[in-house]
Design a protein around this ligand. Structure first.
Ligand SMILES: N[C@@H](CCC(=O)N[C@@H](CS)C(=O)NCC(=O)O)C(=O)O
Length: 205
């Protein structure tokens, strides 16, 4: 199995965290997204949108991180990261969708400006950071309520849903916006719990 990605890629980190949870080693093919390698014809032949990650499982080429992690969980032995009960599974899908629709787009607005713009020698746009923070409020408030008295997003246990949030939360701290998380006790406790997992430490450590 081979993963084409970049160590700093949020979506790539979801894939690598699932692999670490499963205890499965893969070949890691660096795609240097800082230098535009993702837009070269040879990579576009694997991923027509020119973004990482891509999985190659013995010739079965799959892109889109959320599809890849579902596939890996089903395919690989080890701990199950998808609940078997229909309602728990539906709840996991709900949190996947909330991440993709409301949380990560808002978080990325902040991260692109407060973290990546300075790295690329650009001045962060404060108005975009403020807009991202405003956008993120509802998503985090919803998580705060859902995590009341609950250790993980799905009550039955740690699942793929928790993993999909982790790369964005880590970058929010790096972007000096960690107070959005620490201000919410249930979200904060959940983040401490999931970010302490050996899989995440291995990937983002
Ligand atoms: N929907 C895609 C998004 C992938 C994505 O946006 N990857 C970023 C890195 S986290 C990327 O390759 N960016 C480079 C670019 O946009 O050129 C997925 O889930 O795999």
């Amino acid at each position: 199995m081979k993963v084409y990605s970049h160590p700093g890629s949020t979506c790539g980190r979801k894939v690598m965290t699932v692999l670490a949870e499963k205890g499965h080693e893969v070949e890691f093919e660096l795609v240097d997204i800082m230098k535009g390698a993702q837009k070269k014809p040879e990579f576009l032949a694997l991923q027509p949108f020119g973004v990482v990650p891509v999985l190659d499982d013995d010739g079965f080429v799959l892109y889109e991180s959320r599809a890849i992690i579902r596939y890996l969980d089903q395919k690989l032995p080890g701990v199950a990261l998808t609940p078997s009960d229909a309602k728990d599974r539906a709840r996991m899908e709900q949190w996947f969708s909330v991440e993709q629709s409301y949380v990560s787009p808002a978080a990325m607005k902040i991260i692109m400006q407060a973290l990546f713009a300075p790295m690329q020698g650009r001045e962060p746009d404060q108005s975009l950071i403020e807009a991202g923070k405003a956008d993120l409020t509802r998503g985090l408030d919803v998580l705060e309520k859902a995590l009341n008295g609950q250790e993980y997003l799905v009550a039955s246990g740690f699942s793929l849903a928790d993993i999909t949030y982790m790369p964005y939360f880590a970058y929010l701290f790096a972007a000096n916006a960690g107070d959005l998380i620490t201000a919410r006790p249930n979200v904060s406790a959940w983040w401490s719990r999931i970010s302490a997992r050996p899989s995440w430490k291995k990937v983002a450590g």
